[in-house]
Write a protein that binds this ligand. Structure first.
Ligand SMILES: CCCCC/C=C\C/C=C\C/C=C\C/C=C\CCCC(=O)SCCNC(=O)CCNC(=O)[C@H](O)C(C)(C)COP(=O)(O)OP(=O)(O)OC[C@H]1O[C@@H](n2cnc3c(N)ncnc32)[C@H](O)[C@@H]1OP(=O)(O)O
Length: 209
């Protein structure tokens, strides 16, 4: 007997499997940066990975998954480098709306190493860029980053929880400013950001068509 599946069910099941694969690749990346396996073992594992890469490339898209609305109506961008559950590069960041703006509980990984034992400043900046952009988008004024200024106050640890927050501060025409922070759970600020986001004239024109 076959079961009737809701439209899109198969694709949702496939995407869920892809998210599991992406998480396994994150584990793999940490294993690569931490392994002390000998040369023969590293060469052998590499050969297996070449074969796995070829299998996935047998059915290759032209570009990563696009932003879209999920069947439950929520916005998602599964291919995004910061939030994409199907992109191994992403933490992935899970962002919540708060009365103040946007917030995410996060934990960096050994693959994010910059200075020994702490997170690369560019990685912190990337996370804050997205959190600020999210706060701006949820205020109804989605835009592209024009400028992003970062103040690094203390090294960011990996392997333990930290918190990211962001909120808009002012708006003028197509420009929106937002501030954000990565902090320890006790509120100690580690990295602060302020950014200017600009709604591209092309988006405004497309929306008025
Ligand atoms: C990224 C996906 C967004 C999808 C949004 C949809 C839904 C959102 C829902 C959830 C998404 C949540 C979060 C994601 C959002 C963002 C996070 C990631 C953001 C990025 O990772 S994004 C990549 C890096 N970002 C770029 O890749 C920008 C490249 N660039 C351009 O695309 C254009 O350059 C643009 C659009 C910036 C302006 O182009 P344009 O033609 O619309 O405007 P124009 O040039 O006329 O300037 C108008 C006024 O802004 C001033 N101005 C212009 N540029 C400036 C700048 N850079 N700094 C300071 N001021 C600037 C001018 O001086 C003038 O000022 P004034 O009016 O006072 O004279």
């Amino acid at each position: 007997m076959t079961m009737d599946l809701a439209p899109g069910h198969d694709e949702e099941t496939r995407l869920a499997a892809l998210a599991v694969l992406a998480q396994q690749v994150r584990e793999l990346m940490d294993a690569v940066v931490l392994t002390e396996a000998d040369e023969d073992e590293v060469t052998s594992v590499t050969a297996e990975l070449v074969a796995l890469t070829e299998r996935l490339n047998d059915a290759r898209r032209e570009r990563p998954l696009m932003p879209e609305f999920a069947p439950d109506g929520t916005f998602r961008h599964l291919g995004n480098a910061v939030t994409g559950a199907c992109n191994p590069h992403a933490l992935p960041l899970v962002i919540e709306h708060t009365p103040e703006g946007s917030q995410a509980d996060l934990e960096f990984r050994p693959t994010h190493e910059g200075p020994p034992n702490s997170v690369h400043g560019g990685v912190s900046a990337m996370i804050l860029d997205h959190l600020l952009g999210h706060a701006v988008a949820t205020s109804g004024r989605a835009g592209m980053t024009g400028t992003l200024t970062i103040r690094y106050r203390q090294p960011v640890p990996y392997g333990r929880p930290v918190v990211g927050t962001a909120a808009t501060t002012r708006a003028e025409g197509r420009k929106t400013w937002a501030d954000g922070t990565i902090s320890l759970p006790d509120g100690t600020p580690l990295v602060e950001a302020t950014g200017l986001f600009i709604t591209p004239s092309l988006w405004v024109e497309a929306a008025s068509d």
